[in-house]
Design a protein around this ligand. Sequence first.
Ligand code: TYM
Length: 330
Amino acid sequence: MVIQRIFSGIQPSGVAHLGNYLGAIRQWVSLQDKCESIVYSVVDLHSLSVPQAPLLLKRNIRSMTVCLLACGVDPDKSIIFQQSQVPQHAQLMWLLSCRTPSGWLSRMTQWKAKGATSDRDVVSLGLFAYPVLMAADVLLYKATHVPVGEDQLQHLELTRDIARSFNSTYGATFPEPKPLLSNHKRVMSLRNPLQKMSKSDNQEMSRITLSDTPDEIRKKFRRAVTDSIGNITFDPAERPGVSNLVTIYSAVTEISTEEVCLQFEGKQSVDLKEELAEILVDKLGPIRERIEQLESDEGYVDDVLTRGAERARAIAEDNISTITRLVGLS
Ligand code: TYM
């Protein structure tokens, strides 16, 4: 597989959670040794598709950048930047919006779940158009591969449709970007294992965040919803809670789900919860420490974002000038 350029993004919604880490960020880090052209963005414009408190948004942009650095995203190997610092994202979004049938957007599962059922006098045009901004993010850099969790696959499919449609009108311009899915593409909520672990869940207990203390991690696993069956099996349909814990255990220890079940033969959910909590305390401890160090080094984080935006802008300016020429604007 030839990976020419990678792009991916994450919304600045505070500290990343375990789903972000296992589904995306961990892969972002390991890809740095497999590809020389990598662009990762803290996608602040996406956040604005739902209401945001300005001061909190500002703080969250920084916190998410800190999380990425603490996990091992390396500004010497990847471009890491804040989306709104590169205005060509919004520019390309408009150009692509004018070519994207609105029917494609109304079929997006996330829109159907979050937007279509809400009051049309409240829900924003931005929330509806959000997948076009995501397509613009990826296509602006002519990315060939996009590491994401499973919930973003449909948006990436749309990105490919948009790229294909543009290419068929104006000639081969964009590669059709392929997803890179991690083995642990879907981590579920600890409180409701039928829903994905998410930052928008208002129950703090539903997710482990990368800055949780050892006690918080232990408490959250102790309270994780499982069932009353007294053994450990992997059966997401019948036993979603226990299976989610097996998945997380498998992801963190890098052994298969079958091996996890064998290892816990004759044991109970409580044993799995306890052991998993200790493993995560060990794994997340160094990340939490780096987060604390970086939080107190504002100058460094600012420099990373300034340098990242300059490098991203250089690629974006180059590509947008070709695109505006192709569509007849220049
Ligand atoms: P976001 O910010 O919701 O999530 C960032 C990444 O984390 C993955 N993820 C998960 N993976 C496994 N289990 C979970 N519970 C879980 N929750 C989140 C997501 O799949 C994602 O990879 N629209 C995107 C951000 C975006 C983007 C892009 C991504 C904007 N432009 C261009 C790729 C390319 C989003 O809201 O991700």
